[in-house]
Design a protein around this ligand. Structure first.
Ligand SMILES: [Zn+2]
Length: 333
């Protein structure tokens, strides 16, 4: 490409990125009550308008996840000039105008319900807008992606119905194949894989097969591409990230693709965390020596790469945020 063409694409990308809604559907830092939340300014500085903050996962006791939600709420409410917890999807546009990062929470694994389906609505009222079934290992709701492939349990079925009723988005990331297919069959609302890449491009157990991607799109759902190098194919290059976007867009259409970087700012502690819990992160899948994460600051370059690959501006806007916004508008009550 000539430099003039490259400059033209870069200028178009910068203008588009500034104007578009930027929706990151999942943060990746360790969801502890004492997490260093000042790092959320990394997303604001990168021009991100909305972030779903991971507030708990199956690796922790459910009480700790609840305490994380409480601590995050308190911290965010004390900083109304920078952050806003939103109730309605369209509130993201006001947050963008005011230069604030709009947030809601997500939960990775249904251990957090402590076996009580009524907890779904409690967490919804606390700001949780999406929850996945099982974090890598099987649990009371269904199968995890690094465990024996069991289906959705009776408890998992009752949770899907409760999520559909209260307006919480059903999320199939980290979950075993059978459970995801049964959940997508059961849900009456669109279903997401909040942060999962294409298995056809990177054969890791966390990534998803073509028929899972197709089943998700058939519900009206969206798959968020994650920036974890291990799941992209041992690379955090923008070109590799866009390879996964393009693969899914070719398979089911660009309206079913979004972004969920899973960015962890506490990179230094990640290997220690994984080593401490080989049951959740088997060494065969996580050999150590992290290849890193795509940071939010790389999103403008990813935007330019999408334009270079021939995505239209409307398609890029959808992938950067409006696809997940559309889905939230359909599901949140
Ligand atoms: Zn995750």
């Amino acid at each position: 490409m000539t430099s003039r063409v490259a400059e033209d694409v870069a200028a178009r990308a910068a203008a588009l990125y500034a104007e578009a809604l930027i929706w990151d559907d999942h943060s990746g830092f360790d969801p502890q009550p004492h997490a260093e939340l000042d790092n959320l300014d990394l997303w604001r500085a990168a021009g991100v308008d909305y972030l779903s903050i991971d507030a708990g996962y199956d690796v922790m006791d459910w009480r700790t996840s609840l305490c994380s939600v409480a601590a995050y709420r308190s911290w965010l409410k004390a900083r109304p000039d920078r952050f806003v917890m939103i109730d309605r999807p369209t509130d993201v546009w006001r947050a963008k105008r005011e230069g604030k990062l709009a947030v809601t929470f997500d939960l990775e694994g249904m251990n957090v319900l402590d076996g009580d389906v009524d907890m779904v609505e409690v967490f919804y009222d606390l700001g949780v807008r999406q929850m996945l079934f099982a974090y890598n290992r099987n649990n009371l709701a269904g199968g995890g992606c690094h465990d024996e492939d069991v289906g959705l349990t009776d408890f998992g079925r009752s949770v899907v119905k409760a999520m559909n009723r209260v307006g919480m988005v059903v999320d199939c990331s980290h979950t075993a194949y059978r459970t995801t297919m049964e959940a997508m069959e059961l849900s009456t609302d669109p279903v997401i894989f909040s942060h999962s890449n294409a298995w056809s491009l990177c054969r890791h157990g966390r990534n998803i097969k073509d028929d899972q991607i197709k089943a998700c799109a058939a519900t009206g759902g969206v798959v968020g591409i994650t920036g974890i190098g291990l799941f992209l194919g041992n690379s955090i290059a923008s070109g590799t990230f866009v390879d996964h976007i393009a693969y899914m867009a070719d398979l089911v259409g660009p309206a079913h693709v979004g972004i969920a970087l899973d960015y962890a700012f506490e990179v230094g502690g990640i290997d220690d965390l994984l080593t401490a819990h080989p049951d959740y992160w088997p060494v065969s899948e996580y050999p150590g020596g992290s290849v890193g994460f795509v940071p939010p600051s790389q999103l403008p370059e990813i935007t330019a790469t999408m334009l270079t690959r021939g995505f239209s501006e409307v398609e890029v806007r959808g992938i950067l945020g409006e696809n997940f916004l559309r889905l939230a508008s359909q599901v949140w009550r």
